[in-house]
Design a protein around this ligand. Structure first.
Ligand SMILES: Cc1ncc(COP(=O)(O)O)c(C=O)c1O
Length: 511
């Protein structure tokens, strides 16, 4: 019999490899991330020459990459090679300077760095104690942004007078902001009406313009509102497709007469379709008559309101209950980053607070800290505050305003080009950096013919790979949306797109 083997490897579940599998070892982290960062930098350099929309068919990636998961390890370079060869050619390049579709998904070196560091730290700051710095940085970043937007102190966590009743939370999407505020408004209305549990729910009614993002109507259903009591108020050219507060009042009064309780109104500053701006102050005044919650959805256009010349679009915001905007759209902060501010955080936490034994701690019990899990749907949360703080810390208000103003100036230039060409029309007034335009009917063309020509124009433009535009329907007409603002965009890209639009239109008219 041999003596007892004291070599640790002999007992190790890892066999000869005493160190075992260490996917987070510092050298791999350095080497993989250097490769990833080099890839990103090269990607941005080459982006302009890549087709903005890929030429791939559904299922293309399944045909390129192996179907079975790898059983053994491979050098990181293998994944990078497949990324370059198979994934990049199937990407729609949202960061391309030739991207004019939807709303821009803006980004910046500071935001990417912040997101990368947050991913590396990978903390789950559900309570203050679970990550004091992440919680406090999120609160600080939201207070900073609130100041840039000149939101009233009532929306801020820290005011000159100390800790206020208001505050914010960073969520993933506007849909979540709508959902959590709908739930808070629902519960408050139920409590006010003395309803037992949700017994009174079928009497609660909610309101928004027909131009409000479809996700609002989904959030209402998720929050349990009866679809029969979800009002979509028609808009038209007389208000440039904004909600008419007189109509809103009329609908709410009719509902009250029918025994319903007006509970929540969503006002949009910068609608998705055409950038209409609902009159926030007048809506707040109408809502006050019924004690209804007003939420402002400024997902895209909120970013512009850091510039004094656009701030008037938020006039009356001091009278609303909540407001959300998404820096991941237009404030150079990569997905996901939707900022929600409420005037009274207790109205959110009353509905969303959980207090399981395993999360109890002295800091939470003291009431002196914010536990952000109580202002969102989930428990776990990313360290999103870091990237937003890094953007504001690095660029400062002046550069952020410059970024907005330069996009708006390019959109204005495009709008002037469209207006100067009598084949086209600008369909609604431009408020920010979105131009809604179309080929107008001419030479015996019917409206249907014009719709078809515009559809054809969009399809042909997008097939070139040199521009990507999306469409909408405004007042029954098919309209092209030209959204300026992709972070790498310069005047020359807007000029080239306009040349391409003119050339393609001429071809369509000849056919
Ligand atoms: C005005 C507005 N509200 C809401 C949304 C939906 O946002 P999310 O995808 O973050 O839920 C959008 C998306 O473009 C939007 O433009």
């Amino acid at each position: 019999m041999g003596s007892l083997d004291t070599n640790p490897a002999a007992f190790s579940v890892f066999g000869d490899d005493a160190a075992g599998f260490q996917p987070l070892n510092a050298e791999d982290v350095r080497s993989y991330l250097h490769k990833a960062v080099d890839f990103i930098s090269d990607y941005y350099k080459s982006l302009e020459s890549l087709p903005v929309l890929p030429d791939v068919k559904p299922g293309y990636l399944q045909n390129e990459l192996q179907a079975a998961p790898p059983t053994s390890s491979a050098p990181f370079d293998v994944a990078m090679k497949e990324l370059r060869a198979s994934v990049v050619p199937g990407m729609t390049h949202w960061a391309s300077p030739n991207f004019f579709a939807f709303f821009p998904s803006t980004n910046s070196a500071a935001a990417i760095a912040g997101d990368l560091i947050a991913s590396a730290m990978n903390t789950v700051g559900f309570t203050w104690q679970a990550n004091p710095a992440a919680t406090e940085m999120e609160v600080l970043a939201l207070d900073w942004l609130a100041q840039l937007l000149r939101l009233p102190a009532s929306f801020m966590n820290r005011t000159a007078a100390g800790r206020g009743t208001g505050g914010g939370v960073i969520l993933g999407t506007t849909s979540e902001a709508m959902l959590v505020t709908l739930v808070a408004a629902r519960d408050a209305a139920l409590r006010r009406s003395g309803s037992e549990g949700v017994a009174g729910l079928p009497r609660l009614a909610v309101y928004a313009a027909d131009q409000t993002h479809s996700t609002f109507f989904k959030a209402c259903r998720l929050a349990g509102f009866d679809p029969a009591n979800i009002r979509s108020i028609p808009t038209g050219p007389e208000t440039d497709y904004a909600l008419d507060p007189a109509k809103l009042l009329e609908v709410m009064e009719a509902d009250v007469a029918a025994g319903l309780v007006p509970t929540y109104i969503c006002a949009t500053v910068g609608t998705t379709s055409s950038n209409a701006v609902d009159p926030v102050g007048a809506i707040a005044d109408a809502a006050a008559l019924f004690n209804a919650w007003v939420h402002v959805d400024a997902a895209y256009a909120g970013s512009a309101c850091i510039c004094p010349e656009f701030r008037h679009h938020l006039a009356g915001v001091e009278r609303v209950d909540s407001i959300s905007m998404s820096p991941h759209k237009w404030l150079l902060t990569c997905l996901d980053c939707t900022c929600l501010w409420v005037r009274d955080t207790h109205r959110l936490t009353d509905s969303l607070e959980t207090n399981p034994e395993y999360l109890k701690n002295d800091a939470s019990d003291s009431g002196a800290v914010t536990d952000l899990k109580d202002m969102q749907v989930g428990v776990g949360r990313r360290f999103r505050g870091l990237k937003l703080w890094m953007v504001m810390r690095t660029y400062g208000a002046a550069k952020l305003q410059e970024h907005i103003r330069s996009d708006v100036a390019m959109a204005k230039m495009f709008e002037e080009n469209v207006r100067s060409d009598d084949r086209f029309e600008v369909v609604v007034p431009r408020n920010f950096a979105l131009v809604c335009f179309r080929i107008k009917p001419h030479g015996g063309m019917t409206e249907e013919d014009a719709d078809e020509a515009n559809h054809e124009l969009m399809e042909r433009l997008n097939r070139t790979g040199k521009a990507y535009l999306a469409h909408t329907v405004v007042g029954g007409k098919f309209v092209l949306r030209f959204a300026v603002g992709s972070s790498l965009q310069e005047e020359r890209h807007v000029r080239s797109a306009w040349e391409l639009i003119k050339k393609t239109t001429a071809e369509i008219m000849q056919d």
